[in-house]
Write a protein that binds this ligand. Sequence first.
Ligand code: ATP
Length: 571
Amino acid sequence: MKAQSINKALPSDGNRPGVWQLIRPFWVSSEKWLALLLIAIILTINFTTTFAFVALNKLHGRLTDALVALDWPLISGTMVKSLGIGTITVLLPMVSVLAINYLTLRWRTWMTVRYVERWTQGSAYYQLERDNLISNGDQRIAEDINLFTDISINLSTNIINVVVNVVTFTIMLWGLSGALSIPLGGRALSIPGYMVIAVYVYSFSHLALAHWLGKVLIGVNMNKQTVEADFRFLGMQVRENAEQIAFFGGGGREGRRLLSRFVRVRDNTLLMMRKTFKLNFFQSMFSQVFSPLPTLLALPLLLSGKITMGGLTQITMAYGMLLSTLAFFPQAYQSFTNWIALANRLRDMLWALNKARDQPAGIRLESRGSALCCEGLTLRRPDGAALAHLPRWRVLAGERWVVRGRSGSGKSTLLRACAGLWPFGEGAITRPQTARILFLPQKSYIPVGTLKSALAYPDEPDAFTDLQCRQALADCCLAERTDSLTQSDRWQQVLSGGEQQRLAMARVLLHRPDFIFLDEATSALDPETERRLYQALLDRLPGSTIISVAHRKELEHFHQHILTLTPGQGS
Ligand SMILES: Nc1ncnc2c1ncn2[C@@H]1O[C@H](COP(=O)(O)OP(=O)(O)OP(=O)(O)O)[C@@H](O)[C@H]1O
């Protein structure tokens, strides 16, 4: 099995919006006060826990000395206090976790709402697919926002926490360890706070090692999200197109395609395992080799009588606390690489959404008057190649036109341009200002749910009465479905191609648009049913303007005008 790559129009690093543009909006929104309150609660808890650890450190030193001296009243008193403070260090972090989870959920909700709105606003979701700007936008919203907010909150609260802990434990260890005196010739060299210096030298070496071994994980993590999403997406495609694939006997081919995508998942996971193992191995070896260091360093103080056994316990405990605090940085390296990868994927999504929003339209679209008018219209492919040219095409209200032309001559593209979905080209399209316009493609989207909600789409089901729905179904030769209005199903799979087209036509009758664009919307029907549907359209919506893209000659009978598109021009 060999991995294959997928081409995507990704932004260069300089064109990506800054990470700040992902983070800032939530923290300046109306949510900010509650978010800041939660941050304050989390930090207060964390600081209280830190100071509880400092108090525990003192108590443990006192307890050790009391044990050496067999001072029973002091032993029992110190143990009770240790127990009380120890309980605080266990309970408070639980509340902190709760607050962190709640804050993460609020941020995730806020971002998800914004991104879903931007993705579904206008036709951004369509532009992203049409121009192949990014892959799996939906999964970035569902998965990446979740992980991004989670890691952001955890990392940042931990970093603040760690900074406070580092300062506190540094002061504590500095005070406890005092100076190390090394005899040098006839004089003594004094190194103040030598244990603090040792912890810092150790920790920064550890971090340097983590960075050196771990920086490759940024790219690997980013790739992980992409290859996993691509694999899921292909699986979804097989599920959605199961019947078409089955007719072609394409299961084997799909299996190979799925496995070749999975090879990329597997290779990336293997690479990640190798790099993570290397990182963890060297980190663990490093910690293991240096584990006896605090006791060895504090020994001269004990031997010289500067500290008691209790003092030694306090010093090694303080050293351990500072060390484990500083160890956060190398340990957090993986989370950090993951965070950068997620941020980059979301920055790409933001870039694509901005590009879709700011895309300059070569074709001007205006709403004015009561007719549809194309002036000096040249339709182009995205790469700039000309498809068709219409010097002037005017469709008055109530007229019926059929658009003809060879396959690939740009008929659907003309309808896309009229719908405002195709910016590539030049010229102007004026659409009637107040008219209701409906576009019907060859294969209409039918959402999962009741038949009535499929019929009413994009309106809500209660926008129409059952009687209206039944009438529309009967008019479109679907009388046998009139009792199924409340039946919930996956209609796109259940209905035949022709039935789906009849349902879509019933939708037109229900919505009663003034302008109807039909793009081979009856191509799956037999001529007789097609004729009956067009007749129903004419009978029920006599004043509506109809523009049909069609190959069949019979349909010309229902139209008064013909527009023929030939490559490079229209006549
Ligand atoms: N998103 C896209 N990216 C690149 N090229 C596209 C895109 N959409 C359409 N085209 C190209 O534009 C040309 C015109 O397509 P269009 O769908 O308008 O043809 P048509 O006349 O409706 O064809 P048919 O009768 O076969 O439906 C085709 O060559 C097609 O490949």
